[in-house]
Ligand binder design. Structure first.
Ligand code: HEC
Ligand code: HEC
Ligand code: HEC
Ligand code: HEC
Length: 289
């Protein structure tokens, strides 16, 4: 994703939409984190030098690559270029230059991974989970260990429990486009659907932004308020209760991650793009007494 930070099709489409609706200044502001300036006046994406040969005083705005600097590394090494040990890089503190908190023009926080993780100062740093150097994020392997799912029948109801066990921050985190949906389906003895939770708004885990007309979800540059934030905070265990419909013999729950709501993917003509296909995170099935 870092290598794609300037070519990523969802990013390009959202930036074009921001430009059409809010003007060039709004679109240029995106470059603060998706691009890095160099000392010689070039613009690059989140490339090697952005993390290994850059300096900043006040965050992403003035992050500048300077190839005269020694390369920041885990330890000073014998390399054909100068290197320097950098504790900030290894602890993950440096990640927060771009991942801490992003406010839009209305002052609304639209991306808050840093503060979400900081709620537990003893918690592991970013790199303990995003360890591989391709910095995997919302990929099937990490999503599969992010949450657990369980179903417990009680009387004429079932209690579905969803827990954020694997993310060091809210689930989902990052861009306000991200959504996770819990689907619960009841079937009879013949496997026919006899009920589901399709209309339950509480089964969508997302931070939905709202514009000044009260419309939601609104894109980040137009947002003036958070309509609702139903994401699972770090370590949270959430219980949802559903009545067992007549004739139900089994119940199945599944959790699905989407990088962007289907309506936005369709609006941007990206619904067929491989990045925007739903990813199954967990599934749990049991018979009913
Ligand atoms: C303060 C830094 C910052 C600024 C400014 C910023 N972004 Fe981002 N953006 C990020 C980070 C960090 C991520 C990765 C978080 C994630 O994956 O959820 C990201 C991810 C995204 C994604 C998701 C990409 C994908 O393929 O899933 C889109 C789309 C996006 N940004 C669009 C924009 C647009 C449009 C703007 C300007 C209106 C903008 N960003 C401004 C930091 C920033
Ligand atoms: C998003 C920031 C980021 C980007 C981009 C990045 N790196 Fe790294 N790199 C790190 C971090 C953090 C570590 C230390 C990881 C660890 O603790 O193992 C590291 C470690 C390394 C190491 C091991 C050196 C040591 O510390 O022992 C090498 C070599 C390296 N990176 C090369 C590259 C190259 C080449 C690129 C571009 C293709 C690149 N990096 C892009 C953050 C980054
Ligand atoms: C110069 C700004 C910058 C720095 C520094 C940075 N990132 Fe990112 N990161 C981004 C942007 C921008 C994106 C989204 C790129 C896109 O797809 O448009 C991103 C994406 C990601 C993703 C992928 C999210 C997904 O959707 O799957 C992960 C994980 C991530 N960063 C972790 C890290 C970690 C860990 C560090 C520290 C070693 C770090 N980042 C440092 C800007 C940065
Ligand atoms: C305890 C493990 C853990 C720690 C610590 C952790 N993460 Fe994550 N992260 C995950 C898992 C699991 C996912 C996939 C689920 C999700 O998207 O939330 C993820 C996803 C992400 C994403 C992608 C979100 C998306 O949907 O695009 C970004 C960006 C990210 N993490 C950044 C960070 C940063 C920055 C830190 C440090 C402040 C950090 N993470 C600390 C486990 C962790």
């Amino acid at each position: 994703m870092h290598a794609e930070s300037l070519q990523d099709p969802l990013y390009l489409a959202m930036r074009a939409w921001a430009r059409d609706e809010a003007g060039q200044a709004a679109a240029s502001a995106c470059m603060t984190c998706h691009a890095v300036g160099t000392f010689e006046g070039r613009t690059i994406g989140v490339d090697c030098e952005a993390c290994h040969q850059s300096r900043t005083v006040a965050g992403p705005k003035d992050l500048t690559v300077d190839t005269a600097l020694p390369v920041r590394a885990r330890r000073k090494a014998d390399a054909p270029h100068a290197t320097v040990a950098d504790a900030q890089l290894v602890s993950g503190a440096f990640c927060l230059v771009c991942h801490a908190e992003l406010h839009n023009q209305a002052g609304l926080p639209v991306c808050t991974t840093g503060p979400e993780a900081a709620e537990n100062p003893q918690g592991p740093g970013c790199l303990s989970c995003h360890r591989a150097h391709d910095f995997p994020g919302a990929v099937p392997a990490l999503l599969a260990r992010a949450a657990t799912l369980a179903i417990e029948p009680r009387g004429n109801e079932v209690i579905v429990t969803v827990s954020n066990v694997g993310a060091g921050h809210s689930l989902p985190t990052g861009s306000a486009l991200r959504q996770i949906r819990l689907d619960v389906v009841f079937t009879d003895r013949a496997g026919r659907r006899v009920g589901d939770n399709a209309t339950d708004a509480a089964a969508l885990f997302a931070r939905l932004l709202q514009d000044k007309e009260g419309k939601s979800p609104a894109p980040p540059w137009r947002a003036v308020a958070v309509a609702r934030d139903t994401r699972l905070t770090r370590g949270e265990l959430r219980r949802l209760t559903y009545p067992i419909p007549a004739g139900a013999a089994a119940v199945e729950a599944s959790l699905t991650y989407r990088r962007a709501p289907t309506a936005i993917a369709e609006r941007l003509n990206l619904e067929a793009h491989k990045f925007l296909q739903p990813i199954e995170m967990a599934r749990f099935r049991r018979g009913l007494p």
